[in-house]
Unconditional design. Structure first.
Length: 201
């Protein structure tokens, strides 16, 4: 009886048990499930990067690439340099390290520490943890999407605001909670969102 090929995993479902352990995140190998599950998108518009940024990234890669488990530290340093990890930067890392682009993209979408989109001057974060969600943070999040005209994970066209959801900010007593950069706004309703945003315009 012939053997059947196992189905490919869908994007976002990758990650072995080791990939979720905090002590092993820096040791993701090139043949891990993460590298098999994600198909990197084509770049929509070429972002503008400086030669200095690229030179700094190449220096980081030169210093780290021979070390075991260096891929994630390189990606973290790249995000520090560029502010996020667009597909163009991932491609540079792939070309310079020899790691497949699919592996790098899989890691960047698996771990929440990595951002594939630029962040705004004002980083808006809404807690969707249980304590906040049952008190209406979902409505606040939807109102922010409407007011800013962006989806979660995106940045406004002027670069002023970016919007993300998080699971807990450690202020459950103030639920529901919204943060803009390091400023916390608690016990909110969705109707208060426009006035809060005006403070940053």
């Amino acid at each position: 009886m012939p053997l059947l090929e196992p189905p490919e995993e869908e994007n976002g479902s990758a990650g072995s048990d080791d990939a979720t352990g905090g002590d092993k995140t820096a040791e993701v190998s090139s043949d891990s499930d993460l590298s098999q599950s994600a198909e990197p998108p084509a770049a929509e518009a070429e972002p503008v990067f400086s030669a200095e940024q690229e030179a700094e990234l190449m220096q980081v890669i030169s210093e780290l690439k021979e070390e075991k488990g260096s891929l994630m530290p390189i990606m973290q340093r790249a995000q520090d340099i560029y502010g996020y990890l667009p597909i163009e930067v991932q491609t540079m890392i792939s070309d310079a390290t020899g790691h497949p682009l699919e592996e790098i993209y899989g890691i960047s979408t698996f771990y929440s520490m990595f951002n594939l989109n630029p962040k705004g001057k004002y980083k808006v974060s809404v807690c969707l943890g249980t304590a906040c969600y049952v008190k209406g943070s979902g409505d606040i999040y939807e109102r922010l999407k409407k007011e800013l005209d962006i989806d979660g994970g995106e940045c406004t066209a002027d670069g002023k605001f970016s919007l993300d959801a998080c699971r807990c900010v450690g202020a459950c007593g103030l639920a529901p909670v919204l943060m803009i950069n390091d400023e916390v706004f608690g016990r909110l309703t969705a109707d208060e969102v426009p006035e809060i945003l005006k403070k940053f315009n």
